[in-house]
Design a protein around this ligand. Structure first.
Ligand SMILES: Nc1nc(=O)c2c([nH]1)NC[C@@H]1CN(c3ccc(C(=O)N[C@@H](CCC(=O)O)C(=O)O)cc3)C=[N+]21
Length: 301
């Protein structure tokens, strides 16, 4: 039996839903325990510095969530809110001071950044040991060579979700939709590390549906609402939906829509919902990365 067939759904028309909120809570409990243990043993309180530039409403919501959950895990969070018109040099100076501060273990610069700021230059300025987003070239290189570093939170969250339903990744066909540096490329590396046969598809891919039909594992990270239809997905396949798009209904209500037509995936082996799938896992993995960075800084591994 392949991993993709090892689910047991009570209703055959409804795929098993992987509960990202529940798994995020479980990981949160473990992270809080590790943070408390580190604090008790060394006096080090794992600390995350979150930098938010400008007033983007979605970014404000995410940052508020991150700060709240960091505190809920018994960790410390320091917020830096900067004006949208700030010069790149000022932001780089803030990062230099956070790099130099031994009480700060993780630095997260919320993306996107305003146009006048070169995001690559900013991410490159973060100390790789404090780069809890895993976006620094040193951590990207470590990931692609299979050396343990800080791994980007969303890809890490995808793997933790997959781990709940996949027993043996070896030789499974994994199709990743999207080639971003934040999700597509790193999640492809993680799947490759588990010896999946990985196909990375993107906006210019020809015959996307045909390629997705070969997948035992689908990771949809295109940012295109309901891109993946029922007839794209092989029976029993596992579908991880990374897309989150805010849409307004006919009745004026706001709703979050994923990259997959969830209601058409009853024949899938397991599916992550939107909301309540990858999103909460991203934050849980951010806190886990922060504790990992703090443990390493305290030389506890
Ligand atoms: N440097 C940086 N690192 C990031 O990790 C980062 C970022 N910038 N910029 C923005 C994206 C987006 N992101 C999400 C986190 C949580 C949810 C999440 O919890 N979503 C909930 C719903 C939230 C809602 O209601 O809007 C869910 O899917 O259930 C979603 C998206 C992290 N990002």
């Amino acid at each position: 039996m392949t991993a993709a067939q090892s689910f047991s759904a009570t209703d055959p028309r409804v795929a098993r839903t992987i509960d990202g909120r529940a798994l995020a809570r479980t990981i949160g409990v473990e992270t809080a325990r590790q943070a408390a243990e580190l604090h008790a043993r060394t006096g080090v309180l794992p600390t995350l510095a979150v930098v938010l530039v400008g007033e983007d409403p979605a970014s404000q919501v995410y940052v508020r969530r991150k700060v709240k959950e960091t505190k809920a895990a018994g960790m410390r969070s320091i917020e830096h809110r900067l004006d949208a018109s700030i010069a790149e040099g000022e932001l780089l100076a803030l990062i230099a001071s956070l790099n130099a501060d031994p009480a700060v273990h993780g630095i997260l610069v919320q993306l996107p950044l305003p146009r006048q700021i070169d995001a690559t230059r900013v991410l490159d300025a973060i100390d790789p040991a404090k780069d809890v987003d895993g976006f620094h070239p040193v951590n990207v290189g470590r990931l692609s060579t299979g050396i343990g570093g800080l791994v980007p939170c969303t890809p890490l969250g995808c793997m933790r979700l997959l781990d709940t339903v996949v027993e043996d990744y070896r030789g499974l066909n994994a199709v990743v939709i999207g080639k971003s540096n934040i999700v597509g490329k790193p999640v492809a590396m993680l799947l490759l590390e588990r010896e999946c046969t990985v196909t990375v598809t993107h906006i210019a891919t020809k015959g996307l549906a045909r390629i997705v039909r070969t997948a035992d594992i689908v990771v949809a990270a295109a940012g295109s609402p309901r891109l993946v239809r029922g007839d794209w997905v092989k029976p029993g396949a596992i579908v991880i939906d990374v897309g989150i798009t805010r849409v307004t209904d006919e009745d004026g209500k706001e709703r979050l829509v994923g990259d997959c037509a969830f209601d058409e995936l009853g024949h899938a082996g397991a599916v992550t919902p939107v909301p309540g799938g990858v999103g909460p896992m991203t934050i849980a993995c951010l806190l886990a990365n922060t504790v990992q960075a703090a443990r390493r800084a305290a030389a506890l591994g």
